[in-house]
Every structure is written in C-alpha cells, then in structure tokens.
Design a protein around this ligand. Structure first.
Ligand code: NAD
Ligand code: ZN
Length: 367
C-alpha cells in the first residue's frame, strides 16, 4: 500500500501519496479531494510518452475530462516567459473556471512552470503534482514554491502556490536516466544531514537506492518529504530570520555559485553542484571547529559511493575563486552582500550563519 503524509498548513492542508504505481490512482485520489471533474495536464516531451498514458487512463476511469494537454521541451530553458504565456493561454482556452485542476507530470521544470501557471490563472487553480524525477519527488514538488527563470537569474519570478495533492509514483523513477537519479540523491543526502538519523540510513542504504532498489527509493522519498514538509509547515513563506526554510539551503550557497558559473544546462546538474556544496559546507563547519574533523570525509565518501562528484577538484572544469565568491555575495539569499551559509555541528544539528569571513571561504575554495 502507498505511504501517506498529511501536510497541515494553516490555510491549505494536503496529502503526499508515495509508492509504486500511485499514478494509476491519480484520478481516484483527485476525485476524493477536488470539487471539479475537469483537468489540464502539463508535461514535457520526454516524460509524456512514458507516463502520460497511465495518468490519462486513471483520470478517465475516475470520471475526469482532460480539457487540454500541454507539452514543453525537456530542460531548464522551458521555465521561461514564452512557455508560461503559452501555458496560461492554453489553460484559458480550455475554458478555465476556479475548479479546473492543473496537473504537473514531470520533473521540477514542469512542476515549477505548471505550478506558476496554476497560481496565476484566475488567481489560483487547484494544482496537483505528479513528480517523476527523484529531485522532484524528494524536493521540488513539496513546499509550494513555483516559478520561472528570467535573464536576471533563476527562479526570480514566481509565487507560493501549494498543491492540493502530491502523487509520487516511485515506479516512474525506473525510466529516469541514472545521472538524473544520482543528482536527486544529493537532496536526499542533504535532508539526511538536516534530519540526523536519516543521514546514517543514507550512508548505509544510499548505494542500494542508486542501484534502483524500489524499497530504498520509496523510503528516501517518504523521509525526505516528511522532513521537507515539516520545515515548510514551520516556515511556509520563508519569513524566519534564523533556521526555518533557509536550512534547506544546506550546500546551496556553494552549489548555486558553481551551477551559475557553468551556465544552466547539463555541464553540472543542480544535484551535482549541491553534492559538491555539501562537501564544502561540511568542510567549512569542521574548520570552524563546529563539527567533528571526520565529518567532511564521511560526507565526501558517501557522495563518492553514490556516484556524485564530491569536490571541486574532481570536476574537469577549473573555476575562478573570485567569480565564485562574487556569485555567493550576489545570491538572492545573501543579506547586504554577506555570504550566508548553513553550517553543521552534527547530522540533525544545523544553523544559518552570516559571519563567515571571506578569507576563510577563499582558502577553502583555493584548494
Ligand atoms: P527536469 O524537470 O529538467 O528533469 C530532468 C530530466 O529528466 C528532463 O530531461 C526530463 O525530461 C527527464 N525526466 C523526468 N522524469 C523522467 C522519467 N520518469 N523518465 C525519464 N526521463 C524523465 O529536472 P529536475 O531535476 O526534476 O528539476 C529541476 C528543476 O527543479 C529546476 O528548475 C529547479 O529550479 C527546480 N526546483 C524547484 C524547487 C521548488 O521548491 N519548487 C526545489 C528544487 C528544484
Ligand atoms: Zn536543491
């Protein structure tokens, strides 16, 4: 039977349903929660041939009418104004009323784009997430952040729009390219470090999950969603000055800078950049005397075991330290040009810190 998590947000509570084959229950699960019986589906051209027929059939069985299907090209470039406009126009052409549901079937790109369209059309249509990448199942489909990219940077235009339902079908992960599966694992390892006991589970079961073990993957998704949704319930709109949603940025100050230097589009996947960032954040914590000296080695060893890059020097490309530092200062989460890091005392004991000196970061990145 699938696992269920209830996310009790004050204004809109919803369920996350996780397991093998839950996509086949999409229609039935939606029928229990939504008033309307019309929906549009948003997906990408790689995912649609693989998994859209299952969703379509399940909706028909539950009495839903699919009023439109919109496919975007796979890849980050589809999180743009052009696709957003196309989608909004398509949804309105499907005679949208406030009961028309928008279903995202795909990775984080489809989820962020479809979610933003759902947030915008008629100031909010019911939104259902059917994440098909590990990254989307453990991270992007939960939490209500939606949006697109602009020439000024990633995710700079968007809205908070919580889904009414998340259906994470772990069977869809079997068609995912292995490199994408591993990239998603970086966020699982991050959740492990934030949570504590989950980190030790990652160390022992991560390699098995990366070989595609369905039970290990389902557990990783379940525990990740549990951790992330608890953080989101605590700080839905990222208003807390300390802790809260900002903690989910562990490894991301470094990760975003590396990703931005590479340009978005393949050379370094988000999860790969985050993996290196997790190694660096732990190393920084050890040098500041916050965590044990063995912790950075443990983190890097785990990342190596699951097939993720674990240090900058392991990458083919060389990076300019000054450019990375400039990127970190300009990060949208930085305050007044001070780099903001999430540091770790031990797995399960993390905090945000803006007082790290630039000299320290420069030394770390120069190795
Ligand atoms: P993605 O959506 O681009 O998917 C990665 C690739 O896998 C694509 O080529 C896609 O076509 C393919 N794919 C997806 N599912 C598949 C399947 N089951 N079988 C075969 N191929 C499949 O990338 P992603 O890593 O899922 O998401 C990255 C995006 O998520 C970024 O834009 C990032 O900003 C966003 N994100 C958002 C949040 C949030 O809170 N909203 C959090 C983290 C990341
Ligand atoms: Zn991330």
């Amino acid at each position: 039977p699938p696992e269920r998590l209830h996310v009790a947000l004050s204004r809109n509570a919803y369920d996350i349903v996780i397991g093998e084959g839950v996509l086949r229950r999409a229609g039935a699960e939606m029928a229990q929660r939504l008033e309307g019986r019309r929906a549009v589906i948003v997906s990408d051209q790689s995912v649609a041939p693989l998994h859209l027929p299952t969703l379509r059939e399940s909706l028909a069985d539950a009495g839903f009418t699919v009023a439109g299907e919109f496919l975007v090209p796979p890849g980050e470039a589809s999180k743009c104004f052009t696709q957003f406009e196309r989608l909004v126009d398509g949804i309105l052409s499907a005679k949208a009323d406030r009961r028309l549901a928008v279903i995202a079937l795909g990775g984080g790109v489809v989820g962020d784009l479809a979610g933003f369209a759902a947030a915008a059309v008629l100031r909010g249509l019911p939104f259902v997430q059917c994440p098909t990448t590990l990254l989307a199942q453990v991270d992007s489909s939960v939490g209500g952040k939606t949006g697109i990219n602009t020439s000024h940077g990633k995710n700079l235009v968007g809205a908070f729009h919580q889904p009414r339902l998340v259906l994470a079908d772990t069977a869809t992960l079997r068609t995912l390219p292995p490199r994408e599966l591993r990239a998603g694992w970086a966020e699982v390892a991050k959740h492990g470090l934030l949570q504590g006991p989950l980190w030790e589970w990652c160390e022992s079961e991560g390699p098995r999950a990366m070989q595609g073990d369905p039970e290990a993957l389902a557990y990783a998704v379940l525990e990740s969603c549990r951790l992330k949704s608890a953080v989101v319930v605590d700080d839905e709109f990222e208003m807390k000055a300390e802790g809260g949603r900002a903690l989910l940025n562990l490894g991301h100050t470094f990760g975003h800078a590396l990703e931005a230097e590479c340009g978005y589009g393949g050379e370094l996947l988000h999860g790969e950049a985050v993996a290196i960032g997790l190694g660096l954040a732990t190393e920084l914590s050890a040098r500041l005397g916050l965590c044990s000296q063995e912790m950075p080695g443990r983190v890097r060893e785990h990342l190596r075991e699951v097939g993720l890059p674990n240090r900058i020097a392991a990458l083919p490309r060389r990076f300019s330290v000054e450019r990375l530092i400039a990127r970190m200062r300009a990060d949208k989460k930085a305050r007044d040009g001070a780099m903001r890091f999430v540091l770790l005392r031990a797995p399960g004991d993390v905090f945000t810190e803006s007082g790290v000196t630039e000299a320290m970061v420069r030394a770390l990145l120069s190795e």
